[in-house]
Design a protein around this ligand. Sequence first.
Ligand SMILES: [Fe+2]
Ligand SMILES: [Fe+2]
Length: 428
Amino acid sequence: MKPDNPAEKVFTYVVGAVGVAFLVLHFPSVELLKRFWPQALFLAGLVGIVEAFPVQASGSRLSTSVGVPLLHACVVLCGREIGMLVAALATFRKKDLSGQTPWNVVLFNRGMLVLSNYAFGLTYYGLGGTAGAFACTRDMAFFALGALADVVVNGYLVSQVIALYEGSSLMSAWRKNLRWTLPSKIAVIPLGILVVVLYQSYGLLSVAMLLLPLALARYSLDRFRLLREVYAELGATLSQAIEHRDGYTHGHSLRVSQYAVLLGKEMGLPDDEVELLHYAGLLHDIGKIGIRDSIMKKDGRYTVDEYEEMKGHAAMGAEMVRGMKFLGKAEKWIRHHHERWDGTGYPQGLKGQDIPLGARIIACADSFDAMTSDRPYKDAITWEEARRELLDKSGAQFDPEVVKAMLKVIDKLSSQKDKPVKFPGRVW
Ligand SMILES: [Fe+2]
Ligand SMILES: [Fe+2]
């Protein structure tokens, strides 16, 4: 259950109310509306079309669309007042109107869009940009700077509400939820410039031609998202297959994956490596699929030969995933997840920094879960006991830096209450 968070609610209402106040204060005059209504309606229609096909972020309730460059073009072509009105009204989505999105979030989104477009207009016109069309190339630069101002305002408001919602810091909310949208936000800035130039040279209908490349961009973005979901499902299915084989360790792969991801984040690894840790954690014992039943299902202690055969699962697992190109260096992490810092592990007896960092992380996550889960041959120990055990073996079995990070992860997890969830909003 999501804990009620009054601060987040208050913030959404405040942003919504400020947005509405800006709309009222800057409401377009009848004269402006009379003069610009064809352009405004046309652009609002285009925005409505692209907003009808938002792209959902993987593993998040946030979504994005490519409508913002059109809103910026509207601010240039029809003025700031009409631009803000179009931003507030043309961006309603079906789920906003059907009640699927909480209404404070709908209000927040309106306020956020009004304010970020206000920031765009303030920058563009403040720097001396021309209304109605570009008068010189300098106007294009002003447009780009205005779009960056929008990125900053939008980034702040959305990160702040997520930070309040999840109880995290502003920076970590931004990194987790918005960083992925930054390249596309910057990449679509020229699109807004193109809209103004096309309008200026060939009139309104020429702008409609942009819908085709926009649709293609949206299609590609969505394919990319789907591909990542396929990877995630593939990883989850394979980890279930491992657990089916190794019936004693229910949920082990998933937990190792979660600990490894938290460790990677704690140690400041880049996002792509953290993502690989997720997959390597899920699949680290995949080699067990190739181990004989008589060994896998054995209740008592292994003989020396049986233990040697069991040890083969690390190298065998690495061989199995070698063909999965997206796993990249995770193949090595799987191969070496039973190496020990002091060089007494397997399969190669690598020592210290020679063991790939990902493998050192998986090794720590793996052992922590093994210690804190019931196994047929031993009962689980408490987190506190496992914490002491990790400290004991730091510098022998485990990398001391990884242990240091793992202790922080354990402390954070222990103090965590019900944490759900993602803010069900939009990013542009
Ligand atoms: Fe293993
Ligand atoms: Fe394991």
